[in-house]
Structures are given as C-alpha cells and as structure tokens.
Design a protein around this ligand. Structure first.
Ligand code: ADP
Length: 630
C-alpha cells in the first residue's frame, strides 16, 4: 500500500501566539491538561449522543461510551482516547489549527506581559486542547468522525506548524497521544496519573477508565494487566443528590462547564419536581470575562434534556443581565429535538427562566448576608451588569435594588459598599428621601457644590459615577417606599425644612439681584434662583426636574443622536462673599463679567468646559490684571 501523503499547515497567527503564552504561563499548573482533554472527550461523546438521536447509524454498533487513559512509560506516551463524535479531515484542520472564538484578537490585546495576570486571563479564555503542549513535546491526534470512513492523523510539536495525513483503521472518536516532555514524565506513573484523572473525571457522565491496578501479590512483571476499569462514578454531577457531592467536586465541575481557572464564588444546585421537572446547577464566577460587554460573546447555560446534552450557550434560560452565570439546566419536559427557535417561544422555557432568575438573585442575597467579602468581590466585578437588571427587570426590581452597592459620603473612598438598606437604616428620622448625585467620577461627585449643605447637615448622599448610573436612576422611583432624590435637580427638598416659606422669603429678599443676574445670563439659563443647597460655593447649575443629565447627554451625543437644547437653572448662594460683592457692583460691565465668570465656574466645578472658554479666560484675566494693579 502506498504511503499516505502528509500535508503541512501553518498555525493561524493567533493560535501560535496563544500557544506560546500558554506554555509559559501555565507551567505551574500543568496537570490541567488532563482536565481539558477529558473535558473535550466528554463533550465529543455528548455530541455523538445528541446527533445519534436523529441518525442512529452514527453509533456504528458501539454505544458503549467511554474515555480510556493509558500510558507507556518506555515510549514516554500518554493517551486519552474516546469513542465520541470524532473529527473529519476538514474539522481537524479548522478545530486544531485555528482559534475560531470571536474576540481572540481583543483578548490578545489585553495581555499585559505580567505572567500572573495573563495566566488568569488565559484561564478565562479557555485554553482547551492546546494545553496538551504544556506537558508534551509532540502531540498526535488520531481521529475518525462518526459516519465517515476516512481516518486522519494530526501531528504537531506546538511550534509553527502541524501535519495532516489520512490513515486507515482508526476507530471512531479521537485518541490524543501525548509524547511527554522530559520534565513531565511524572505523569507516566500509574499512581500519580490515577489521582489526577480521578480529580478531573468524577463529575463526568461517562466512564473514564484506566488499566486495572494490580492487587498486592499479583504484581507479576511478566504479565502486566490490560484490563480496564472505571476510575470515576460516571454519573453526571448534577444528577447526583446534593449531599453526595463535595465542594471540591462542585468546583471541578465548574471548571469543566466554564473553562475558568479560578474557583466559583458560589453555586446553587436544585431539583424541581411538579408540573415541570428540571435540575439546575448555577455558578457565580469570581471574575468577569473579558468579553462581558461584547454583544456577540457566547453566554448561557449548557442545556440537557433527560440527561442528553443538547446545546452549549442556551441563552434563553436567563435574562441578559445575568449573562455571567455559568452552569447546567437539565429538563425532563422539553423534546430531545428542541431547537434554539423553539426555546425562544416555549412557555416552559419562560417558566424555567423566571424561576432561575429568582434562584440567582436569592443566591446573591444569601452571599451578601453570609459572605459579605465574597459579595463585595462579586459587586466589584459584576455590579454594573446587575444595574442593567435593576433598570429593566420590573418583576424583580425590589430584589435587585437590595443587591445594589454604592459609594457614599459616609465613606472616604470610591469603594462601592453601601446598600440601600444600610442607607435607610442610618438616615435621620426627619429625612424622607434617598439623596444621590451622578457625576463623571467619584471625586466630582464627592466635591460637587450641589451637596454642600447636605454634607454639612450630615445627610448621607450616594455618589454615583458608573456610565450606566444616570440611565439607572431615571428608571428608579423609590426603594421600600422612600423616594430617590437627585441632588443635581431643581426643587430639591432638604430634610428638616418646615415648609416652602423659607425659600420664598429668601427669593423675595434677593429679587433685585436675581433679576440683574437673569438679564446677563438670559440666553444661557432657564432661570436664576437663590440656592438652599450651597454653603462654600458661590453658585451651581441645576437640572430641571425632567431634563436629561450631563452623563446621558454625553453618551447620546457620542452615539450621534441629536440632542434637544436644554438650559440649566443658575442657583446662587447669597451668603457667599463673591455674591455679596457682586450685589454691590455698580459698574454694569464689571457686573456682567463677574456674573459670566460665576456661571462658567459653576460648569467647571461639574467637570464641564465653559461653552466660550476663550471668553472665560479673557474675562478672568481682566480681573486678575486689576487685582495686580494693572
Ligand atoms: P473548546 O473545547 O473550548 O471548543 P478546544 O481547543 O479544546 O476548545 O477544542 C477545539 C475544538 O476541537 C472543539 O470545539 C472540538 O470541536 C474539537 N475537539 C477537541 N477535542 C476533541 C475530541 N476529543 N473529539 C472530537 N472533537 C474534539
């Protein structure tokens, strides 16, 4: 028979980069290659089971699904073999020569060169098959796709290229043969290998087998045993009862479904019986994936129907704002041939989705109460995403609001760790509002003139500075019957004020000055008012009750939306020396300059540039010159 031709291919650039990085950064965590390869083998068997529902001939008479792990210390090889779906020639080239995941380029850009940080990132990306090169000098994949009669051998030393050749007599499925590197020979030891394999296969639903261990006294060198025995329970983890599963097993299973290197923060495993029967196992990751805000990024749960794997990334079982949750849902009621289209409109799916949403929110609540440090870590990673939910999920709004965390004037850092409940608990009796301010940054919020009096009165103000905050707050009205009050807006009610009388008295007393200022700022402002919220600053700009705030305006403008013009209200502090000086100014030109400067400064204090920056500088310089006797 003629030698089969061998073809050589270059790795895709991204694949090459990733390979190199991985080998270096994962060296101290080498044994995970077994987790990844066992995981792939198990997925391949899941896929065959699924395909065989419609095409039973793919089974080829061998439905005895298994993963066999063998080694040959002399030859220096370790082999992971499965009888799953296998790969055709084209699939081998596509799957093992390129990284098809969206966002690969973006991912590579994020790498910092700091090995520790990069290792964590690589973990999130999912290294999968390439992890074989952490321990192997050369990898050989012998595979035949179910239903195909051409076998293929893929070989690579993990450098620039790989080869492909056709071969006969290859069984269905894939055998991954690792030619172990000199410093990874420790894995070519039955005892060591067995302990690692067991760790990574207990949660797997098919038998993972190794050569039967010789019992003591039977160690006959002449005839080594070749009998295989399962080293795992071969029962899918979520089908077991909660009390039978150890934390270690839950964590390992998490790594299997999520491809995450880090341990989950929390999980919730539940079986529901009754009208609908399903089991769910949901995990909260510790770290946000790099593509959390990428709309195209895969998300969702692994869907099983009656233990049969149906699809990855079934996103119909959780709302978009819970896209970071990982796990499995196994339904007894959905049909095996269910498609994404059917999932989208099925009432049973909607019911499960609503229940899983509540399940996640209650898991988070429990975490916030019992493990506040973990919850804080969660909030720092995923808080902004949860705010999406608070803004749009009316059915769960109260629960979501209870989970929010903010920075506030009670603290002295930008850390977001104040819950609305804590706020309500410590507010004064006569305070009937939840005060907040939205700004560009924590510093801007904290130092904003708008909250001077509130701060002096010891009223706590929530300091909001996430991109999503203004949008969020416009959709919120109250929490536990207490209204939210934006400190930037007109008609602010300060706590402990008897009635409106004080305000109007102050307005009357200064009506002449108000009128003079209004004439100068006429074009620029909606109104001029005496302020009750200022103590240190001479003036500030406030928004009308229904005007769009600066943050939203900037976001909308950046997205190219034409914005209607809106004018602020100019509030001044009659007790401030500059205002008192202004009041006494008889020279109209001087008065105009001063009023305009105060207006521009109020914008500056909010982090906004004056509309006419050159005019502002010119006027200010005029005053400076006078001051210096020029
Ligand atoms: P991932 O598993 O995250 O998709 P991998 O790099 O581990 O990434 O694998 C890439 C692809 O190669 C898999 O998606 C699968 O299609 C294919 N593959 C890997 N191992 C096997 C296997 N044992 N049998 C069949 N296909 C496999």
């Amino acid at each position: 028979m003629a030698e089969a031709a061998t073809e050589t291919f270059g790795f895709q650039t991204e694949a090459k980069q990733l390979l190199k990085l991985m080998i270096h950064s994962l060296y101290s965590n080498r044994e995970i290659f077994l987790r990844e390869l066992i995981s792939n083998a198990s997925d391949a068997i899941d896929k065959l089971r699924f395909e065989a529902i419609e095409n039973p001939q793919l089974i080829e008479g061998d439905a005895d699904y298994r993963i066999d792990i063998t080694f040959d210390a002399e030859a220096g090889t370790l082999t992971i073999a499965d009888n799953g779906i296998g790969m055709t020639r084209d699939e081998v080239i596509a799957n093992l020569g390129t990284i098809a995941r969206s966002g690969t380029a973006e991912f590579l850009e994020r790498l910092t060169g700091d090995q520790k940080k990069d290792a964590a990132l690589i973990g999130q990306f999912g290294v999968g098959f390439y992890s074989a090169f952490i321990v192997a000098d050369e990898v050989e994949v012998r595979t035949r796709g179910a239903g195909s009669d051409e076998g293929v051998i893929w070989r690579s030393k993990g450098e620039d290229e790989f080869t492909i050749e056709s071969a006969e007599g290859i069984p269905r499925g894939a055998q991954v043969v690792l030619h172990m590197a000199e410093d990874a020979k420790e894995f070519l030891d039955g005892y060591r290998l067995r302990s690692v394999v067991r760790r990574y296969s207990d949660h797997i639903g098919v038998p993972v087998r190794m050569v039967k261990e010789a019992s003591p006294g039977e160690e006959d060198e002449a005839e080594p045993s070749t009998e295989m025995e399962a080293v795992n329970e071969a029962k899918a983890l979520w089908t077991r009862s909660r009390s039978d599963v150890s934390d270690e097993e839950y964590k390992t299973f998490y790594k299997h479904v999520s491809h995450d290197f880090e341990e989950p923060l929390s999980w919730s495993h539940n079986r529901v019986e009754g009208k609908l029967e399903y089991t769910s196992l949901l995990y909260v990751p510790r770290r946000a994936p790099f593509d959390l805000y990428n709309r195209e990024a895969p998300r969702g749960l692994k869907l099983y129907v009656q233990r049969v794997f149906i699809m990855d990334e079934a996103e119909q079982f959780l709302p978009l704002y819970l896209r970071f949750i990982k796990g499995v849902v196994d339904s007894n009621d959905l049909p095996l041939n269910v498609s994404r289209e059917i999932l989208q409109q099925d009432d049973r799916v909607t019911t499960i989705k609503n229940a899983l949403t509540k399940r996640v929110l209650s898991m988070l609540k429990t975490m916030s109460e019992k493990e506040p440090e973990n919850y804080q870590a969660f909030w720092d990673e995923f808080g902004e995403v949860l705010k999406e939910g608070a803004g749009e999920d009316f059915a769960n709004r109260e629960a979501l609001l209870g989970l929010l965390r903010f920075a506030s004037t009670a603290g002295d850092s930008a850390e977001k760790n104040v819950s609305l409940d804590a706020y309500l608990d410590r507010k004064g009796e006569d305070q009937d509002k939840i005060y907040y301010i939205v700004a560009e940054s924590w510093e801007h919020a904290k130092n904003s003139p708008h909250i001077e009096v509130l701060k002096e009165q010891g009223v706590e103000v929530l300091l909001l500075f996430d991109r999503i905050d203004e949008w969020l707050m416009t959709s919120l009205d109250q929490y536990k019957d207490v209204q939210f009050q934006d400190a930037m807006r007109a008609d602010i009610d300060l706590p402990g004020k008897e009635d409106e009388a004080e305000d109007s008295e102050a307005d009357d007393e200064h009506s002449a000055l108000t009128e003079r200022i209004r004439k100068v700022l006429d074009e620029k402002v909606e109104a001029v008012k005496v302020s009750s919220r200022l103590s240190k600053s001479p003036a500030c700009l406030v928004l009308g009750q229904f005007d769009m705030g600066a943050q939203m305006r900037r976001i909308m403008e950046a997205s190219g939306q034409p914005m209607p013009e809106s004018k602020p209200i100019f509030e001044y502090n009659p007790a401030h020396p500059l205002i008192q000086r202004l009041d006494q100014e008889a020279d109209e030109d001087r008065f105009n300059d001063l009023a305009l400067i105060l207006f521009d400064q109020a914008a500056l204090a909010e982090g906004e540039a004056p509309a006419d920056a050159a005019g502002y500088v010119h006027r200010l310089n005029g005053l400076l010159l006078e001051l210096m006797g020029g």
